[in-house]
Design a protein around this ligand. Structure first.
Ligand SMILES: Nc1ncnc2c1ncn2[C@@H]1O[C@H](COP(=O)(O)OP(=O)(O)OP(=O)(O)O)[C@@H](O)[C@H]1O
Ligand SMILES: [Mg+2]
Length: 454
């Protein structure tokens, strides 16, 4: 078994032969280079675990070569080999990134020890890097509850496209988490340390929106007493979130299209164009395709922004998310209000599951906030949760089969939630055989593991 791959750079052939034999007998795989360029070629073709570089090479000093090697393979430890009496340079080498140095002539066990240490160091560095990556991944989505398969898929798309600069198009009813997902894309991307700027395109009249987005020159219009940087400039190298893009006036749509095509724009009243490097995320509650048909939204812009579409399903279509979301908000608000509220009564959960949530997650969040504020015991009871229950109003009457299916699904979800995913208990309560019960779950696309506490 090979214990590591070593790149050996020295212009002294005898020395190379000697060290090579030593290292190979200790099961290292050695590639030797007599010249700098040979070393560079080798490292471009394969990776090495450690490199031994002579300080005094023919064309270049060892330190510069080390820096060139590090530029290609930054994590590879380099041990500098120096002649006796050049300690000063060795120290300089360490300052510039060498892992350690060894003086010629040396005894072989010393060399092997140094190499072993460098390898261990390298293993630790990559392990730390891996752990940091894991931590970041976890941290990035730790504020998003996504138990349902539909939301899991959304997060999958987010992690897949975060690293790209593609425009993201988030579509979803109000309160489904559009802004939350937009921020998640930003945080999961390389742009995370740069600004995230957001604007609601429906909130401002046309002229103000234009100068908010693109900035203006001093004197560009009455009241413009000094020039102003727009959001596209402020968000340079970061991400801009354009909420309610469907409400953007046509004139500004034209300007946005130009930014997307050419990565530049003109501030209001300015002759000079500004270049930007920015990732654009847009969100809409409305069906933009409809707006396009009505001539209210530019078709070319629609296709430009519709690169990575993400559909956020309404909460009523992912009821499995309700209990974990409710618990998440309970924890959040009981912490904030310093109240010891620990959970929900089963009836309270039932009530949450039966509600249709027209205002989606935001409505659920507000409901729990209210309930925690009002709570006088350490559990939330159903009387604190919503005064409304499922009602049949005229106009929303569905065919019996559809209503029955809906009821059946809701019933199963409620049951699984109560039994925390335990099919034996759930099927008993339902008065069904396990096999039939499984069939029912399959029919509604429900998975027991989604209901188990992790
Ligand atoms: N999956 C989730 N996990 C945790 N919190 C969520 C989730 N989805 C939404 N929220 C929270 O619900 C609230 C509403 O979310 P957000 O503002 O992102 O929705 P929105 O779609 O932009 O709403 P609106 O259309 O009203 O602007 C926020 O406080 C957000 O943190
Ligand atoms: Mg929003």
């Amino acid at each position: 078994m090979v214990s590591g791959k070593i790149l050996l750079v020295d212009d002294d052939r005898n020395f190379i032969d000697l060290v090579k034999i030593r290292l190979e007998s200790a099961s290292y795989k050695v590639t030797a280079a007599l010249q700098e360029e040979e070393a560079i070629e080798a490292i471009k073709e394969q990776t090495f675990d450690v490199s031994l570089v002579d300080l005094q090479l023919i064309h270049q000093d060892g330190i510069s070569l080390m820096e060139r090697l590090h530029a290609i393979l930054p994590e590879m430890p380099v041990i500098i080999v120096t002649a006796y009496g050049t300690i000063g340079s060795a120290v300089e080498a360490m300052k510039r990134g060498a892992y350690s140095y060894i003086t010629k002539p040396f005894n072989p066990p010393d060399l092997l020890l140094q190499i072993e240490k460098a390898l261990e160091n390298r293993r630790l560095t990559s392990e730390i890097k891996r752990l940091k990556g894991l931590l970041k991944e976890k941290y990035e989505f730790s504020n998003i509850v996504a138990k349902s398969e539909k939301m899991q898929r959304v997060l999958e798309v987010v992690s897949r496209i975060a690293q790209t600069d593609s425009t993201v198009y988030i579509h979803g009813e109000s309160g489904t988490g559009k802004e939350l997902i937009a921020k998640a894309v930003h945080v999961a991307s390389e742009r995370r340390d740069k600004p995230f700027v957001a604007i609601n395109c429906a909130a401002l009249p046309e002229n103000l929106l234009e100068s908010e987005l693109f900035g203006h020159e001093k004197g560009a219009f009455t009241g413009a007493i000094r020039s102003k940087r727009g959001l596209f400039t402020q968000g340079h190298e970061g991400t801009i979130f354009l909420d309610e893009i469907g409400d953007m006036p046509l004139s500004i749509q034209a300007k946005l299209l130009r930014v997307l095509q050419e990565r530049q724009f003109y501030p209001v009243g300015s002759e000079r164009s500004v270049e930007v490097d920015i990732r654009v995320i847009v969100a809409t509650q409305r069906d933009l395709e409809d707006q396009v048909k009505q001539g209210l939204f530019r078709e070319d812009l629609f296709y430009r922004i519709h690169v990575v579409p993400i559909l956020l399903p309404p909460l009523r279509e992912r009821k499995e998310d309700i209990p974990p979301l409710a618990r998440y908000f309970l924890k959040k608000f009981s912490g904030e209000m310093k109240k010891e509220v620990k959970g929900f009564t089963p009836k309270a959960i039932q009530k949450l599951m039966l509600h249709e949530w027209p205002g989606n997650v935001r409505e659920l969040e507000n409901t729990i906030e209210y309930a925690v504020a009002m709570a006088q015991k350490d559990v939330l009871t159903e009387d604190l949760i919503l005064k409304t229950t499922l009602s049949i109003s005229q106009g929303s009457v569905k065919p019996l089969r559809e209503a029955r299916d809906e009821f059946e699904k809701e019933y199963l979800i409620r049951l699984l939630e109560l039994c925390e995913g335990n099919v034996t208990n759930a099927s008993k309560l339902a008065g069904k055989h396990r096999v039939d019960f499984y069939d029912l779950l399959k029919k509604h696309g429900l998975k027991t593991e989604d209901f188990r506490e992790s």
